[in-house]
Design a binder for this molecule. Structure first.
Ligand SMILES: NC(=O)C1=CN([C@@H]2O[C@H](COP(=O)(O)OP(=O)(O)OC[C@H]3O[C@@H](n4cnc5c(N)ncnc54)[C@H](OP(=O)(O)O)[C@@H]3O)[C@@H](O)[C@H]2O)C=CC1
Ligand SMILES: O=C(O)CCC(=O)C(=O)O
Length: 478
């Protein structure tokens, strides 16, 4: 069985403690052994990053561009093979795994371009004979802590801007999915990334993650994961005065109005609620449907949901892969049990065996629910959606906004007036019209409001807000 080590100062370093990475489609399939680091490994990684920082921060835009462009190109060339690894370790379908790898490739290429496009501002002072120059500098050493549900795209969309803007990185991927992050480390190294600029330390959040967040040599932390862990990291970073960026959960509403095109609404909700096994922070978990279309919509969505093929992620016929692990599956099943008490009716949601040792669950639809129920307030993170009936647009909008989260919000309608109003009044960082709430572009800002996000936006040019710090210089030319 192949052993995978951590990358520190350009060397592959074993910290012993090899942990098995198993395939959630069939846990008898061991993907590899991954060496889990500890606080001492984080010390070494941070020291390497700090040593590499002055040269990388001063590197030419061309040098940074070339590393990122080659990394993106290699990811794209190897998308099939890496997508397969992704599907084996996370459980996404092969098409989704390859698609996510391509997205990571595009992210690296986008930020290769951004490395060349950095600019400042020159402006006259309010005083005579003085010029004012505004420039951006790297933040320093950045700690990146990533979740299991997008095991290559999220490490990519944190690492690529960090490096493009001249920072050095220590990345800790999720315990369940170290393989894709290891591939990014391998490719960055093959692409000429200088020693110490990018460091990988695999391991548990409670040890490696905590050590990164509390390390005095780490200047900023970017995290994606649960709201509880995010809150803890924000409190620690606040105390230590570190820059912090958090992407956390969602309880995303999709409003379906009477005038919606039924096939568009059903296919958008099917995708947004159940694809990627519902394991997306942007998943549509609350489907808010107005009275006139309610029955036809529910009938068609339930029919299409029941026809979805759940199975091994690598089987080309599979539409819904397994849940990521036994703990997440049990949590989903507990929510289905809760829905049996709270909702009027539950369709699907049962555990499936499929003759394999995998974590399979049938997609679930909860009918006749209200927005105050726990199933509609807490993030489930599984293939489950609730139907909430609304009397009309205004009530649907109020229900959509009545949540502690604010990541993505969608509406299906043929009314330009309603779509326009929803775009303005939805309390979310991203709004979708006649599109699923999940599935975003790689070149524009990503993030939300309220409990979903904290700090500057990720992705696109807006990523510069987090990964740089602004300097204002005054020059007296008299
Ligand atoms: N918004 C999103 O995209 C995601 C949301 N979630 C939500 O979170 C729930 C639980 O999933 P889970 O994976 O446990 O999420 P976590 O928030 O625990 O994990 C996310 C990342 O943070 C790390 N971590 C955990 N504790 C700490 C800590 N104290 N300090 C620093 N880093 C830490 C984890 O490490 P480790 O390797 O030990 O897990 C992982 O790398 C899901 O059911 C879902 O609701 C989960 C994933 C993504
Ligand atoms: O919906 C998407 O495309 C991205 C979702 C995401 O980033 C997440 O679930 O963490």
């Amino acid at each position: 069985m192949k052993k995978h080590d951590n990358l520190i100062a350009g060397q592959w370093v074993s910290h012993g403690n090899y942990q098995e990475n198993r395939n959630p489609s069939d846990i008898s399939d061991v993907i590899g052994l991954y060496s889990y680091g500890d606080a001492a490994a984080v010390d070494d990684a941070v020291a390497a990053a700090r040593e590499a920082l002055p040269a990388w921060a001063a590197a030419t835009p061309q040098a940074r561009h070339d590393v990122l462009e080659k990394t993106g190109r290699t990811l794209a060339e190897r998308a099939e093979e890496i997508g397969r690894l992704l599907s084996r370790e996370e459980g996404k379908t092969l098409a989704e795994g390859i698609g996510e790898t391509m997205r990571a490739a595009q992210v690296f290429k986008f930020f290769a371009g951004e490395a060349l496009r950095q600019a400042g501002e020159l402006t006259p002072s309010v005083r005579p004979e003085i010029d004012v120059e505004i420039t951006r500098e790297p933040v320093g050493v950045v700690g990146l802590i990533t979740p299991w549900n997008f095991p290559i795209a999220i490490p990519a969309w944190k690492t690529a801007p960090a490096l493009a803007y001249g920072n050095c990185v220590v990345l800790k991927p999720a315990d369940l999915t170290p393989g894709c992050a290891h591939v990014i480390a391998e490719i960055l190294q093959e692409s000429g990334c200088p020693d110490g600029v990018f460091n990988l330390v695999m391991g548990r959040g409670s040890t490696v993650g905590e050590a990164i967040v509390t390390h005095p040599g780490v200047d900023a932390v970017s995290f994606t994961g649960s709201a509880a862990t995010g809150q803890h990291i924000a409190e620690t970073c606040g105390r230590l005065r570190k820059k912090v960026q958090l992407e956390m959960g969602g309880k995303n509403p999709m409003v379906v109005l009477d005038d919606a095109d039924l096939p568009t609404a059903v296919s958008g909700c099917l995708n947004g609620t159940f694809f990627s096994t519902g394991q997306r922070c942007t998943a549509s978990s609350r489907l808010i449907v107005t009275e006139g279309i309610h029955d036809a919509f529910v009938e068609e969505l339930a029919k299409q949901m029941l026809a979805l093929k759940v199975g091994d992620a690598l089987d080309p016929a599979t539409q819904i892969g397994p849940v990521v692990d036994g703990k997440q599956l049990q949590s989903n099943l507990d929510y289905v049990e809760l829905a049996r008490q709270e909702a009027h009716e539950v369709i699907g949601g049962e555990r499936l065996s499929l003759g394999k040792q995998g974590f399979y669950q049938a997609p679930a639809l909860f009918l006749g629910t209200s927005n105050d129920m726990r199933i509609n307030r807490e993030e489930i993170f599984g293939p489950c959606g609730s139907i909430i009936k609304a009397s009309g647009y205004e009530e649907a909008l109020a229900v959509a906004n009545d949540t502690e989260f604010g990541l993505s919000a969608g509406i299906c309608t043929t009314s330009l007036k309603a779509a326009r109003d929803f775009r303005r009044r939805a309390e979310a960082g991203m709004v979708m019209v006649n599109l699923p709430t999940a599935g975003v572009d790689y070149h524009v800002p990503f993030g939300g409001r309220k409990a979903s996000s904290f700090g500057p936006r990720e992705q696109g040019r807006y990523a510069a807000e987090f990964y740089t710090t602004v300097k204002t210089s005054y020059v007296f030319a008299g």
